[in-house]
Ligand binder design. Structure first.
Ligand SMILES: *[C@@H]1O[C@H](CO)[C@@H](O)[C@H](O)[C@H]1NC(C)=O
Ligand SMILES: *[C@@H]1O[C@H](CO)[C@@H](O)[C@H](O)[C@H]1NC(C)=O
Ligand SMILES: *[C@@H]1O[C@H](CO)[C@@H](O)[C@H](O)[C@H]1NC(C)=O
Length: 364
């Protein structure tokens, strides 16, 4: 009986020791994917975990010299920052300016071209990890407890397998939910779950449902031919045995989906798929004075925050004027993140900014 208290204390001490935090390895990523990931890593550090981020020598957004509370594990890749910029520029130009004037066949051909290029570069990044004996040795000796990855760049599942550690994915979606369905086994009945990027909704008539079925089938076929086969070949080469990359992704323990049930169409989920949309949001800080005045001047109409994302800073004069004249017609005050020349049709309700504190504007 008298032993009970000391045993309790001992157990408690053990528990605190165990909960002292894990060693988390973080897969490299890019642009908004990295912006989104950073606050999550900050929180992990707050909770006592040690966070180590893999950072390629060529990256637009990741910088291993930037001071931070997590550790960096930089590695060399055989592509330059300029190469990466060119690739992004090409993809953006295609989606912003070329796509509208193309027929579906032309879009398909161009898209394939961009995809092939993208995979080639992804493998060059992966080479930087897998083919570096020094880095692989370091990772093995790092005794990590978990790999945290956005699967936009392939290879995290391969490394988690080699290191023998659990894998947690964080993703927004893949085209036609291909990765979630084929690798994560997430059900997606085409009768009411519109394929991601199909532009359909969950209210479909017969022909739209048929279109949805075809959309899934075509995307699966295309990705199988032009992506999965390549990734399988790469993985098989590294492991020395025939390997299905999709199966390996299916080994992920948890899939964190960066959306929310009220932001997406209803669909069946699995217990290891969790909605974490807004996980990067933080309490709003006060706005700069000038911006605060502008926002308050909107009174009951409210404000509109307009941004084309982390990658699109400017547009052609024609597109910018078109957007500006559209924005000029709404009663709200508009804060537009735009670094191009001031459009002539800019309304008095709209202001353009090089950068906007999006979290503080929307959180306030
Ligand atoms: C990386 O961060 C360092 C330290 O903040 C800074 O001096 C350097 O300019 C940054 N490099 C790039 C490419 O942004
Ligand atoms: C189904 O909906 C589409 C889009 O609203 C419409 O164009 C089409 O005519 C509809 N088809 C049928 C058979 O109702
Ligand atoms: C946007 O800016 C980049 C870099 O300054 C430039 O190369 C590109 O041509 C610009 N695009 C447009 C549409 O003005």
């Amino acid at each position: 009986m008298e032993l009970r208290l000391p045993v309790c204390v001992l157990l408690l001490l053990c528990a605190t020791k165990v909960s002292n935090g894990g060693r988390i390895l973080v897969w490299y990523t890019e642009a908004s994917h990295w912006i989104n990931m950073k606050p999550v890593l900050e929180t992990l550090v707050d909770r006592g975990h040690q966070v180590t981020v893999l950072v390629p020598s060529a990256s637009l957004f990741m910088n291993s010299s930037e001071p931070s509370r997590f550790l960096y594990e930089p590695f060399d890749v055989s592509v330059s920052v300029k190469d990466i910029e060119n690739i992004f520029e090409e993809v953006l130009h295609f989606s912003l300016y070329e796509m509208d004037d193309m027929n579906p066949f032309q879009i398909f051909i161009r898209f394939l071209d961009l995809m092939k290029n993208n995979i080639k570069v992804s493998f060059k990044y992966l080479d930087g990890v897998v083919k570096s004996e020094t880095l692989m040795k370091k990772l093995k000796e790092g005794n990590y407890d978990l790999l945290y990855a956005d699967p936009i760049y392939p290879g995290s599942d391969l490394i988690a397998d080699i290191l023998g550690i659990p894998l947690v994915f964080s993703l927004r979606f893949s085209i036609a939910h291909n990765v979630e369905r084929m690798c994560g086994q997430l059900p997606a009945p085409p009768s009411f779950v519109p394929g991601a990027m199909s532009k359909l909704t969950d209210k479909m008539n017969f022909s739209e449902r048929l279109g949805n079925v075809l959309f899934y089938a075509l995307q699966d076929l295309m990705l199988e031919q032009f992506m999965w086969k390549e990734v399988d070949k790469y993985y098989s080469g590294v492991r020395g045995t025939p390997t299905s990359a999709c199966k390996m992704m299916g080994n992920a323990d948890i899939w964190l989906l960066r959306t929310y049930w009220d932001f997406d169409f209803p669909r069946p989920l699995l217990p290891n798929f969790k909605f974490v949309g807004g996980i990067h949001c933080r309490p709003a800080k006060p706005l700069p004075n000038e911006m605060e005045k502008f926002v308050q001047s909107s009174r009951d109409d409210g404000i509109v925050v307009f941004s084309l994302g982390s990658m699109v800073k400017n547009l052609t004069t024609e597109k910018a004027n078109m957007i500006a004249s559209g924005l000029a017609q709404i009663p709200q005050k508009v804060l537009w993140r735009y670094s191009g020349e001031k459009p002539q049709t800019l309304g008095s309700n709209t202001r353009i900014y090089d950068w906007i504190p999006q979290n503080d504007l929307l959180g306030g």
